[in-house]
Design a protein around this ligand. Structure first.
Ligand SMILES: [Zn+2]
Length: 168
């Protein structure tokens, strides 16, 4: 039932002008949909100021980051705000890959105590649906439990790490 989640990694180049982004360079990163894939793209400031990438409906999220120094490579840093943003953007998307991704995001946000579990119901298709809310927010979020195995969850987490930090 689950589909492989293909994510193309960051390349260490500006996605528009192909300029090499040296360690320490500030950049704007986006995650967009591209068919079956989620695509991470990095833009140098010059290109980003000329683009309107953030307005694109296929852009799932946009964030500012910087190219890590080689010694920092192993240190995975994922911004909470970014996780919440992705979680919200993926709501209502019923494709298997997105459901899996969002479920794992929900687990991560619960661990960080940013997302609170309210109750579970079963929908017409027999799926378990969690009702959740973000800390200090009223809005209810519906999260489908795709019944992933531990291995599948680990794989989605690895992909999440790749998309956020890229490999330079
Ligand atoms: Zn550029």
């Amino acid at each position: 039932m689950t589909k492989e989640y293909n994510i193309r990694k960051a390349t260490g180049q500006c996605s528009a002008c192909r300029k090499c982004l040296e360690p320490g360079t500030e950049l704007t990163a986006t995650v967009t949909e591209d068919g079956q894939e989620l695509l991470r793209q990095d833009f140098c400031d010059e290109c980003w100021s000329q683009a309107s990438g953030g307005e694109d409906k296929d852009v799932l999220c946009v964030w500012r980051t910087r190219v890590p120094q080689p010694a920092e490579k192993k240190k995975l840093f994922i911004d909470d705000e970014l996780l919440v943003n992705l979680f919200e953007r993926l709501g209502g998307d019923d494709r298997d890959s997105r459901i899996n991704f969002r479920y794992v995001l929900a687990l991560a946000l619960m661990r960080k105590k940013l997302l609170v579990y309210d109750r579970m119901d079963t929908d017409d298709a027999g799926r378990d649906i969690w009702t959740m809310h973000l800390k200090r927010q009223e809005a209810k979020h519906r999260v489908i439990d795709p019944k992933l195995t531990v291995d599948q969850i680990a794989e989605v987490i690895a992909n999440l790490g790749e998309i956020m930090e890229g490999e330079f």
